[in-house]
Design a protein around this ligand. Sequence first.
Ligand code: ATP
Length: 490
Amino acid sequence: MMSNSEQKRVQSVILPPDKVMHKLVSLAKRRGFIFPSSEIYEGLSSCFDYGPLGSELKKNIKELWWNSMTRRHQNIVGIDASIMMNPRVWEASGHVSSFNDPMIDDKTTKRRYRADHLIENHIEKLRRDGKEADTLRVQGTYEAAGGAKDSNRALYELIVAEGIKAQDTGSGDWTEVRQFNLMFQCNMGAVADTASIVYLRPETAQGIFVNFHNVRESSRMKVPFGIAQIGKAFRNEIVKGNFIFRMVEFEQMEMQYFVKPGTQGEAFEAWREERFNWYTNSLGITREKLHWYKHDKLAHYADLAYDIKFEFPFGIEEIEGIHSRTDFDLKQHQEFSGKNMEYIDQLTNERYLPYVVETSAGCDRLFLALLADAYTEDTVDGEERVVLRLSPKVAPVKAAVLPLMKKGGMGEAALKLRDELATDFLVQYDDAGSIGKRYRRQDEIGTPFCITVDHQSLEENTVTVRYRDTAVQERIDISRVREFLGAKLV
Ligand code: ATP
């Protein structure tokens, strides 16, 4: 518990949201979280590399997710399927025929947009402006356009009739709408003909569906059970941008939960609650910045879908989808492969195709949400600083060991402590510059604890532990440091 005088030492600074992204991108590059991909060749649109601290933070997110799925639940096991699969998988899943986005170009500005996004933003604006009748009218036309025989033409006509302009340029000199498949194609083998086409997977889920029986049999799983997976997915997105929010190569953390038909509603509600709580309880994300969004327009495979959205500095956007996928995928694979995908209940001898409730989170979007939520500027005793208020569980560096001075035996003692802690935690040793500067360097990368070795340390075998968020310090026995850190990371 902080006393009043301690609280007063740290004064927060209010940041306008439009400034935050710029600051985050710059911090991410400067401190080694995220670099533009192949930067020395001017980069590649929407591709990024995770640097030394970024890869640690990302690893922590994945580990927390993996453990929350596979360790906490006896009936969930993990797999790691290959990125390239038999192309028939994507015919069965519907991705070859319908994993499309409607795109439209502006002839004057040469910019490309998603036609559906233009219309949805327009509807949202009408709603915000309180134009209820117009909102309903445009919404109705939009829904009808989706089901129209020539939906491209119907979307185009709606955009023109409503006089919809691009939000970023104010221009509206539109081409016709065209459908664009988001899957990346490549050719396997020496001959580049249609028979050699393979796809980079656009979602990890299908690797799980096609392995349904392999996993069930090898792990002796009984419905209800889940299969979890973390892996890369690839989408040739028409509209890119917002740093790592929308990438063409990204990582998904997905879990497909197989249930008896008729019980999917109950499973859906249970997963909805568990997934929402994971963000606050395990990752420490601010609850008020998380929102539910129920899909009115459902994907072809779903009978119910919700998104968990986060308040990014550029708007409220999806970080995870929770979908009730019915038996669509297993049924399709059964039909296309000719293999029976049914489950037989050993007790009742019932045979059925299980229904699936899936939780599908994007690791990179979550990474950005964590950075955006944690980024703070404040003053400590009047001195300005940047702090990443990351939860100790996700913070890349758990502690910094700092000798007050390098000489007088403090440097050696700090190095010894660093080496002892390094077997269990990622810790950094730093003796360059004033102690205040070293604290700031650690605050900026989210290190929750700075452990200082001073004169008293050598006499009494104690160190000071400084808490990142409050700048409060306490003295503890050097032999207790490992236990202290361990307790903070549970
Ligand atoms: P959006 O509507 O934003 O394109 P989506 O509904 O297509 O997303 P899903 O297919 O449900 O996304 O994928 C599950 C999760 O994968 C998303 O919640 C998101 O976190 C992540 N994801 C999807 N596309 C991308 C992308 N291009 N870049 C980064 N993450 C992505």
